[in-house]
Write a protein that binds this ligand. Structure first.
Ligand code: DC
Length: 232
């Protein structure tokens, strides 16, 4: 069967990655978490003193951006992919609140997006890929055969994020997470470069009240419809 590109876009913490990973597993496609790439660049900035408050030293970052490498590798023991920053496994560090808090200003920088988009397009050259993010169906792969735009209420998304962080042993308050999420939604939607928006030909999925199983069924049904033209 001919392989396609699946673009999954939407707000922070609305289950995009769970959905995209499930879909990749079901279809045998490669899963790419584009947010992890922006998070890795943010971690690089934090480690190298390139962020003060919410202000990024863009000129210093511009000078080094071409030397920063971001890649993914599959851990055969867990079957999960992890993110590498200049060859170092940074998978857990990029998920902390510290990185979440600074990632929006970094991902709003034009030359950062340009570099990441080129890398993402390269990863999708052979199709057979599920990529999640904010601008995958609009900017990275405007011709993707299957586009999904996921949404859920801010409160439901915040609770999901709190559960995720608490499970990892990070103590956070619901209010702190909700505030961070709303701030990121705002920056993501209003930035000049590739703002988060729904592609005109995207299928919208509001999963506020869907179980993971219901969501999976919805996705597989759509995938089959698109790849075979059949409804069953
Ligand atoms: O999906 P996530 O929450 O891990 O993404 C982290 C941040 O990266 C998010 O605040 C927005 C940004 N991002 C982006 O601007 N474009 C993408 N394609 C993916 C993520």
């Amino acid at each position: 069967m001919k392989k396609i590109i699946i673009a999954v876009d939407g707000f922070s913490s609305c289950g995009k990655s769970t959905m995209a990973k499930d879909l990749a597993k079901e279809t045998g496609y490669i899963y790419i978490d584009s947010g992890a790439m922006y998070r890795a660049i943010t971690l690089y900035c934090l480690r190298n003193g390139l962020i003060q408050g919410d202000v990024v030293d863009t000129e210093a970052l511009r000078k080094v951006i071409d030397t920063v490498t971001i890649s993914f590798r599959l851990d055969p023991s867990t079957g999960k992919a992890y993110t590498l920053l200049n060859g170092e496994n940074v998978e857990s560090e990029i998920r902390t609140m510290e990185v979440s808090d600074k990632v929006s200003p970094v991902s709003a920088i034009g030359f950062v997006r340009k570099a990441m988009v080129l890398l993402q397009q390269k990863m999708g050259e052979d199709k057979g890929i599920v990529m999640d993010g904010r601008d995958i169906g609009t900017t990275v792969f405007p011709n993707a055969e299957m586009k999904i735009f996921v949404t859920a209420s801010p409160e439901i998304r915040a609770q999901r994020r709190v559960d995720e962080l608490v499970a990892k042993g990070e103590l956070v308050s619901f209010d702190e997470v909700l505030e961070n999420l709303k701030k990121r939604d705002h920056i993501d939607q209003t930035r000049a470069e590739s703002p988060l928006r729904q592609a005109e030909d995207a299928y919208v999925l509001d999963n506020s009240h869907l179980t993971i199983t219901e969501q999976k069924e919805w996705l597989i049904h759509l995938f089959q419809k698109i790849t075979t033209g059949s409804e069953s």
